[in-house]
Design a protein around this ligand. Structure first.
Ligand code: SAH
Length: 459
């Protein structure tokens, strides 16, 4: 193959100048002609209709997504050095932007100029996912580059995704190199997680919500007053210094510490000292919890009680282990249930929480599924906001690319109309810094994450 002339691919005159605008894909319908006889996945040169060089990319004529650009430099060879350089750059980017590089996404496909590859780092184990025929052919070079640049203990493959069929590839998973234990412990936002490399969803853990998980911190405390608990000075007998009418109890002096400061403790409506150190914490409901990641962040930041729900028993078992490992077990209830049913039942039962968190899987996997997905999102968000105490918060996300940001906001507004709520947007974001986006590559912009304060109209 090396001795052959490179295959030349010419694009049609009438096409969007997407490639020139930085988008790394060319569709089959945009190709005018191919000179040569390429193997599926071979690196080819791409020219415009007038013969101007545009890029080099993987060509797979069996896929609608026919070309994926690998370089804009005509002199760059797609050899070992190329892979080492690209992986090195991706790693340097993570080291610059992430406080903790123990666990993160190292390569995010097109956005790291390595189309069709995902690499996640779980402490000293790497998990790779190969999604294109072109990268499949270069697998050995990729693996070598990962070894050279990142010096992992082991590399595991999780290419067990149906989307590979579009490239004519079978699913594959298993150890690739070095030692690959089934489970790895990682640290994210200062919290410990066990990641199941073999059975965990996708590559085992979702890094895209890292910063969003941390963003719930300010919601987790400041709730004591709403249940009538407030800090009050104690008397020398250890009981509140003042009685319920606010008068100092006769003959009782304030309790002071060694520095001579008056000691204060939380006291409830009945005048009883509250022992629970999380008295000021939020009551939280997390649905679609998977590894329990939002639950863990909630506990870390002082939540009083968290209900952690997922439909999958395996997910809840994993969440329970993670919660236990971090010392939060006494603050968390686990529920295995369908969130749609659970939310509806809790509304009927009149339950309320300070914070409700919804991080569902992608309901719309295709454009045509958007309508059904909209109803699904609206259903859970409608019931979710009904379950929030007045002045509490709804934390809500969608990872469906087809559910565009404006549509997502529209859906929340529709739900708020039905629930008679006023929603105040506190925080709006997408995926974290290890999921960079190339401007103009809409497909990379899939995650919507929002925090809303929920108010009833009568407030
Ligand atoms: N919040 C998680 C990611 C959630 S992924 C994190 O940060 O890692 C979506 C999760 O929703 C999966 O664990 C899946 O088992 C669960 N799920 C899917 N359908 C569900 C349903 N109808 N009810 C409850 N959980 C569901």
């Amino acid at each position: 193959m090396a001795n052959r002339h490179p295959v030349k691919t010419y694009l049609k005159k009438q096409r969007k100048k997407r490639l020139e605008q930085g988008h790394p894909w060319v569709y089959l319908s945009e190709i005018d002609r191919v000179e040569g006889n390429p193997q599926p996945g071979e690196v080819v040169e791409v020219f415009n209709h007038a013969g101007t060089f545009l890029a080099k990319g993987y060509l797979n004529l069996n896929s609608q997504l026919a070309i994926r650009v690998v370089t804009y430099n005509p002199k760059e060879e797609i050899d070992q050095q190329f892979f080492n350089k690209r992986v090195q750059r991706a790693w340097e980017y993570r080291k610059r932007f992430l406080q903790n590089d123990n666990a993160c996404r190292i390569v995010y496909g097109e956005a790291d100029f390595l189309p069709g590859i995902v690499v996640d780092k779980f402490a000293d184990i790497l998990v790779v996912q190969i999604l294109s025929r072109g990268m499949e052919l270069q697998r050995d070079k990729l693996v070598q580059a990962l070894i050279d640049v990142l010096q992992p203990k082991g590399i595991y493959e999780r290419s067990d995704v149906a989307i590979r069929q579009l490239e004519g590839l079978a699913e594959r998973s298993g150890p690739v190199w070095g030692e690959t234990p089934r489970e790895v412990e990682i640290i994210e936002n200062g919290l410990r997680y066990i990641v199941d490399l073999e059975e965990g969803q996708k590559t085992g853990f979702f890094f895209d919500q890292r910063e969003n998980r941390a963003a719930i911190a300010p919601l987790m405390t400041g709730w004591g007053a709403s249940s009538g608990i407030a800090l009050q000075p104690l008397g020398e007998d250890g009981e509140p210094l003042f009685d319920k009418q606010g008068a100092q109890r006769p003959g009782i002096r304030p309790l002071v510490d060694e520095q001579g400061e008056v000691v204060s403790k939380p006291v409830d409506k009945r005048g009883k000292v509250v022992k629970n150190p999380f008295w000021d914490g939020a009551e939280v409901l997390e649905c679609f919890s998977h590894t329990g990641s939002f639950t863990l962040n909630a506990c870390k930041h002082g939540a009083k009680k968290v209900t952690c729900l997922d439909i999958s028993e395996h997910a809840i078992e994993t969440a329970k282990r993670n919660v236990t490992m971090n010392g939060f077990l006494h603050r968390v209830n686990f529920v295995v249930a369908n969130a749609f049913d659970y939310l509806r039942e809790q509304v009927q039962a009149g339950q309320l929480w300070d914070v409700v968190i919804l991080d569902p899987p992608a309901f719309a996997k295709t454009k045509s599924a958007v309508e059904g997905a909209y109803r699904g999102y609206k259903d859970i968000n409608l019931n979710g906001m009904k379950l929030v105490r007045d002045g509490g918060f709804l934390v809500t996300a969608s990872c469906s690319y087809h559910m565009k940001p404006d549509l997502f906001k529209q859906m929340i507004q529709d739900a708020a109309f039905d629930a008679k709520k006023i929603m105040r947007l506190v925080h709006w974001s997408g995926a974290g810094k290890d999921h960079p986006e190339i401007l103009g590559v809409e497909e990379g912009h899939y995650l919507k994450f929002a925090i809303f304060e929920v108010r009833s109209r009568g407030w």
